[in-house]
Design a protein around this ligand. Structure first.
Ligand code: MCN
Length: 726
């Protein structure tokens, strides 16, 4: 099947109005813009035949090579070939900040520097690659797919394949990791479904790792040109930042441009720093399209802010924490509106900052003692503070979907409950936490609650797992639905107890009359049997059935920017402070993270072990970005220089230190049960904390890191070049 064979399939919509349209087709025909772009599909009854057919097909392809555009400089130069000639340039997004007061503050600042900070290209890299199985039977399409958003996938499949949504079922069994990369609805899914419909047979495609590295989204690959004004006290007066992201060919649904807007929006994070002007440009190049990846722009922004603070501290001869301290947000400043419009609702910024310094200072002494006999090892500690936007609008990312989610609760005749939710399980613990929360809300045992998610035939329409939103929107909808069900259950129990419903309480799984301990009790099973089967036992006039549906709309956020481009895009904000203590070997340049601390605040915690796992896993991915993973391309040919884990260095257990976590719990005032998110939090801090620690360790060499990953080569080059620096 080639591009001509999918003529009857729709083109992906370009919903986002600030983006230039890419008109993505499921299979590319005339122009192929990156290595990994799908151009043909072969279906066969076994893998050997399919691979042979692919080889035969590849030999018949007629491809004229075009000159590739591989860097931001190339893409934005006047002579650049245009990926989309109809645009007139290679900029898919170009937003120019306009804050004259920031420029005036910069001009008035006693000192000023400019710098470019670069964050490399990475990919989300779940353990389980993508995979899709489709079957068309009796006029219904069923698709089993490794995806983070089953309902969004269904809407998109139906739209492109010209089917009614009711005739499409999408099943996403527990997904083996997604990290953002599986929020996108990829061409392969559409092609496999289309093939299944054409052939009348089930079709399966499982991505291999080499395919995954070029055909699933990439991320980050962003540079930040800053202009900073400061004074002798280390007070930063103002900053301008131009965020320039290389989003690859841009042919991905949903578009990968939103993370760079988030970078600017959350850059100042835990700091009271009003004078920031941000401009954002996303350029297209002949690389794999960029998309969502855990942290969604925040690690990049925080890296920039923290490296700027450290530079100012060095220039004025102060401890970087003394530059941070006067800027740290105080409780009395809540809610605090950041320069980009995000309104931080609450948090423990001062407490996490102070606590992490205590932990880092003690750990530094321990590690210094550990290496005191080795003059060739230098030890350093680095810190960072930040906020994590949670429960964001999806409109800025998709241009279509907004932010609500849903739950249904059905009490079964035996007194157990089936709880179905629109959020999804991608390894982050959503099934177990939904069960816990629902059991609590319904006064049941954990074993009495069955949880359904990831199946569009069985779960209510919801938007899935992204944006560290699941806990909040799940809790919001489950608690509401539970209240409706409980109200009715109390009426039934009251009838049986011959009491008023207002006097009935639910304790230890049984309904009793308030203030009559040891009196008659009615179990959930008795209430349920009456409510669902023996409806003759119901009070007169009450209809049978014990179920409820509820949605949760995060009203505490905005979907559209105001006239100056500011937007309060996330309903609540977690906060954290990290400390990394590193030992750097001057002989080899090897960096070892000796100790790592996270002091975190995600409001009310549902499940401590899950939260711990989220933070530690997030830190591991953050370390990967800080020190290891990179996706370089040959600048001449546009060929990727990575095809396996030999080139893409994913850290293993040996590279990840034990991570010590501590928590503050500042409940989110406007969120259900005071919950904030945690799913992306750990990933945001490590690039800043680790580079800060390495620079501390190599202070004698005047190292000022402006780029990740920080590798032994960075260190050795710094040592070699230190003679030229002051
Ligand atoms: N939780 C909790 N108490 C809180 C907040 C959250 O117990 N105060 C629990 C939640 O119930 C959920 C987990 O912590 O089990 C993460 O919750 P939340 O922050 O709401 O994030 P989401 O459920 O929306 O999950 C998505 C988020 C994102 S955006 C990415 S990317 C990510 C992540 O979670 N991808 C992951 N964590 C991941 N973890 C694994 N193992 N695999 C992925 O692909």
């Amino acid at each position: 099947m080639t591009a001509d064979d999918v003529d009857d399939v729709g083109t992906y919509p370009d919903y986002i109005v600030i983006n230039k349209p890419v008109n993505q087709r499921p299979l590319r025909g005339d122009v192929v813009r990156y290595v990994g772009a799908p151009i043909a599909a072969v279906a066969a009854t076994d893998r050997y035949a399919a691979e042979d057919a692919v080889e035969a097909l590849a030999a018949t392809l007629e491809i004229d090579e075009l000159s590739p555009v591989m860097t931001v400089e190339q893409a934005t130069s006047d002579e650049a070939p245009l990926l989309y000639p109809e645009w007139g340039d290679n900029k898919v997004v170009d937003l120019v900040g306009d804050r004259p007061e920031v420029r005036a503050a910069l001009d008035a600042a006693p000192h000023r520097f400019t710098e470019t900070y670069v964050v490399q290209r990475q990919t989300p890299l779940p353990m389980e690659t993508r995979g899709v199985v489709a079957e068309y039977r009796d006029g219904r399409l069923s698709v089993w797919v490794s995806h983070q958003s089953p309902h969004i996938a269904r809407t998109t499949y139906a739209m492109l394949l010209g089917l009614r949504e009711a005739d499409v079922r999408v099943v996403c069994p527990r997904v083996g990791g997604g990290f953002g990369g599986k929020t996108h609805v990829y061409s392969e899914e559409i092609v496999v479904a289309h093939l299944a419909m054409k052939l009348g047979r089930p079709v399966r495609w499982i991505e291999d790792r080499a395919e995954h590295l070029v055909a699933s989204v990439h991320a980050r690959d962003q540079r930040h040109v800053v202009d900073v004004g400061y004074d002798d006290e280390g007070h930063i007066h103002a900053m301008r930042c131009h965020v320039i992201c290389d989003v690859g060919s841009g042919e991905v649904f949903m578009a990968g441009t939103c993370p760079s807007l988030v970078s600017g929006g959350v850059m100042t994070g835990s700091y009271d720093f009003p004078n920031l002007e941000v401009s954002t440009t996303c350029v297209v190049t002949n690389k794999t399209p960029a998309g969502a990846y855990r942290g969604f722009g925040a690690p990049e922004g925080v890296f920039v802010m923290e490296r700027v603070i450290e530079r100012v501290a060095r220039l004025v001869g102060k401890d970087p924490n003394d530059v941070r301290a006067p800027m740290i947000l105080q409780q009395s400043q809540m809610p605090y509106t950041m320069p980009g419009g995000g309104r931080i609702d609450s948090g423990s910024h001062q407490q996490t900052f102070e606590r992490v310094i205590e932990l880092g200072t003690e750990a530094l002494q321990r590690v210094q003692a550990r290496f005191e006999d080795d003059p060739k090892v230098r030890v350093g500690v680095g810190y960072t503070n930040y906020v994590e936007p949670c429960v964001p609008t999806y409109f800025a990312t998709t241009g279509h979907w907004a932010g609500y989610d849903a739950a249904t609760i059905r009490i079964e005749p035996d007194g157990g409950a089936t709880v179905a939710v629109g959020v999804a399980e991608i390894g982050q613990g959503m099934v177990v936490t939904t069960r816990m929360l629902a059991a609590d809300a319904l006064g049941m045992n954990l074993d009495d609650v069955a949880v359904v998610m990831g199946d569009t035939d069985r779960a209510p329409y919801g938007l899935g797992a992204w944006g560290s939103r699941g806990a909040v929107v799940m809790a919001g909808s489950v608690v509401k639905a539970a209240e409706v069900v409980l109200d009715k259950a109390r009426v039934i129990a009251a009838h049986k107890l011959e009491a008023a419903a207002a006097d009935v309480v639910l304790e230890d799984g049984a309904f009793t009359v308030r203030g009559s301990p040891g009196g008659t009790a009615v179990t959930w099973a008795e209430v349920a049997t009456a409510g669902v089967i023996r409806t003759i036992e119901l009070p007169k006039g009450l209809e049978g059935g014990l179920d409820a549906a509820a949605t949760y709309e995060p009203y505490a956020l905005e979907h559209f920017p105001d006239e100056s481009g500011r937007i309060h895009a996330a309903a609540t904000w977690s906060n954290a402070a990290h400390a990394a203590v590193v030992a750097v070997d001057l002989r080899s340049g090897h960096i070892s993270i000796e100790e790592y601390f996270v002091v975190h605040d995600c409001g009310t915690i549902i499940h401590p072990n899950v939260v711990e796992g989220q933070i530690v896993g997030g830190v591991a991915q953050g370390i990967a970005g800080a020190m290891y993973e990179n996706l370089p391309y040959d600048p001449e040919t546009g060929q990727p220089q990575f095809a396996s884990f030999m080139e893409y260095l994913v850290p293993t257990m040996s590279e990840i230190p034990p991570v010590q976590t501590e928590h503050f719990e500042s409940p989110a005032p406007e969120m259900p049960l005071g919950i904030k998110g945690v799913g992306e939090a750990g990933t945001i801090g490590p690039p800043a904390a680790i580079t800060n620690a390495v620079c501390f360790a190599l202070a004698d060499y005047h190292l000022d890191i402006t780029e990740t990953p920080v590798t032994p080569m960075t260190i050795r080059a710094a040592i070699r070049g230190s003679k030229d620096r002051t």
